[in-house]
Design a protein around this ligand. Structure first.
Ligand SMILES: [Zn+2]
Length: 142
């Protein structure tokens, strides 16, 4: 039986939230319940509930007026998932010739399945791409 709660896995849903938070921060947009709900296509009440969980797991800090700030750990998760998402998009587009307008939805699923080890190998295999098929910057992994 595992007892170390600090080693608790981060769920796919939490990764989606942390990626959204990372991207809002990158764009210098307010990291608010409203903006997160809009990006994820979810209701504000659903988002509020999930944010409580993320705060409890010390991945974000909840501020006044529905604003949140990622903790350093939460930020790393958001950045890594963004990296995985975009590298997967490059792979699907360049190596499997999947049309670039179809790769996003696939990457949304696969980004959660890729271990850090495989993500590093994939990045290497692709020659460390710097842009995804949509022209967005790929953040470095480490
Ligand atoms: Zn995408």
């Amino acid at each position: 039986m595992r007892t170390k709660s600090s080693k608790k896995n981060i769920s796919a849903t939490q990764e989606d939230y942390l990626r959204t938070i990372y991207l809002l921060q990158k764009k210098n947009l307010p990291i608010s319940v409203t903006n997160i709900a809009e990006k994820l296509g979810l209701s504000k009440s659903t988002v509020s509930e999930r944010l409580k969980e993320l705060a409890r797991d010390k991945l974000i800090k909840q501020e006044l007026y529905g604003r949140v700030t990622p903790t350093p750990k939460g930020l790393v998760v958001g950045k890594k998932v963004t990296h995985k998402h975009r590298v997967i998009e490059v792979f699907l587009s360049k190596k499997l010739n999947i049309p670039s307008d179809e790769v996003h939805i696939e990457a949304d699923i696969l980004e959660h399945a890729l271990s850090d080890k495989v993500a590093r190998k994939l990045d290497e295999f692709l020659g460390h791409p710097t842009r995804d098929p949509h022209g967005s910057n790929i953040p470095s992994f480490d």
